[in-house]
Design a protein around this ligand. Sequence first.
Ligand code: ZN
Length: 179
Amino acid sequence: MLIRKLFKFEGAHIVRNCSSHRCRENIHGHSYIVEVFITSDKLDRGYMVMDFVLLNKVKELVDSFDHTYSLWQEESDELKSFIYKYNRRVAEIPVSPSAEGYALLFFYLIDKILRNTEYKNGEGNVQLSSVRVHETATGYAEAFQEDLKLVNFNVHDICFSEAIREEWKDKQWWEEIRN
Ligand SMILES: [Zn+2]
């Protein structure tokens, strides 16, 4: 059975090397919608795949990108210095922040969160099926497990600035998935 939970964030970026001059040469933003699809072979005692309350860490992850500049690690030192000087909320990431990049990054991290979640209500084999990231009202990118071969992520290459980390309600979640 499949369930879906929707999250939102307002994010800023530049998408280098894309075809559109507007996207690759200007800092700009989008109202993102992130859909998380989860499957299971069994229902828990509440007749649910899993209670959405168990997705609090996923909410924390997506919210970390809200009013945040997503800074690709391959950017120049000059741009990095500028971004860190004039922004408090910065997520430094190992992938260019295209909708595809976000979908892959979120899949990678949400999969880790679900694997670290303690299921205590008779849940079955809870699996992340896909993550869909809508950058505009008309387009989205969707990442599945096999798509992670397109990238080479290491959780230690992802860095949230102090201003993001200090707003986390649960300060432990990030350390838990980095171990
Ligand atoms: Zn854009």
